[in-house]
Design a protein around this ligand. Structure first.
Ligand code: NAD
Ligand code: KPC
Length: 243
């Protein structure tokens, strides 16, 4: 049967590149993003693009109902939507409470809300895979990004929690931990030469990743031949955390 992938935040950056890779691998795409036009573009003519907010329970319920009604199954959920917060969401005492709350609403609550409506579909099928886009910032702290770093630590353990809880249901759960990737999220930092240098000097490869390099790791994890791989965190960081 046709395999179906739901990609949250698929309208830009790593999510959009992941849609490209999964489409090339033969998946039908359902793309959920705040930006409807971007979601539709990433989904392509065979897929569906929907406007949805992962932090909103009703929005997630409606979106996944629409996917099941129109495409009928979900083989892969890529929990990719995420935000860093504004530059004010920096060190702890400088982080506005509302920035902390929004970063956690999208990066942590969003994983929960989306997964909790997709997992019943996978349970009914007796198969499925949830891939969560965490970050190396879930393994080591990114300076002056305390809300983001804490949220990615939570994302990593959320992925492991699903792996443990659904292991006997034919459902795998894995995480990808990208290092620094050139996307609209990070472009502002890469455009400032001193800030770009500070990033690159901590990466043994001395360069940031392109979104396709993360998408290819997600495509690799999704391969059904890796049937015994669950609860794994695949770090794709140019050597950052090996140093
Ligand atoms: P991006 O800003 O380019 O794309 C994020 C997409 O998510 C956008 O299309 C946006 O509209 C969508 N989105 C944001 N909030 C949403 C919400 N509430 N509901 C639905 N969609 C929403 O970012 P990116 O760099 O591609 O990041 C994608 C993921 O990768 C994030 O989880 C991010 O934390 C993670 N990541 C990024 C990097 C990096 O260096 N860029 C590194 C490690 C991990
Ligand atoms: C490594 C990672 O997940 C991104 S951390 C910095 C993001 S931003 O401050 O928007 O450049």
């Amino acid at each position: 049967p046709q395999r179906v992938a739901v990609v949250t935040g698929g309208g830009s950056g790593i999510g959009a590149a992941t849609c490209g890779r999964l489409a090339a691998d033969g998946y039908t795409l359902a793309v959920l993003d705040l930006d409807l036009d971007a979601a539709k573009a990433a989904a392509g003519p065979e897929g569906i693009g929907l406007a949805a907010d992962v932090a909103d329970a009703e929005s997630m319920r409606e979106a996944i109902n629409t996917v099941v009604r129109t495409i009928g199954r979900i083989d892969l959920l890529v929990n990719n939507a995420g935000i860093t917060g504004s530059q004010a969401a920096g060190r702890c005492h400088e982080t506005p409470i509302e920035e902390w709350d929004r970063v956690h609403a999208v990066n942590v609550r969003g994983l929960f809300l989306c997964s909790r409506v997709v997992l019943p579909v996978m349970l009914a099928q007796g198969s499925g895979h949830v891939i969560t886009v965490a970050s190396v910032a879930g393994q080591v702290a990114f300076p002056a990004r305390c809300a983001y770093t804490a949220s990615k630590g939570a994302a990593l353990l959320f992925a492991k929690s699903l792996a443990v809880d659904y292991a006997t249901d034919g459902i795998r759960s894995n995480a990808v931990c990208p290092g620094f990737v050139q996307t609209p999220m990070t472009q502002w930092r890469l455009d400032v030469p001193e800030l770009r240098s500070r990033v690159e000097e901590n990466i043994p490869m001395r360069r940031v990743a392109q979104p396709t390099e993360i998408a290819d790791a997600i495509g690799l994890l999704a391969d059904e031949r890796l049937s015994y791989l669950t609860g794994h965190a695949l770090t794709v960081d140019g050597g950052w955390t090996a140093l």
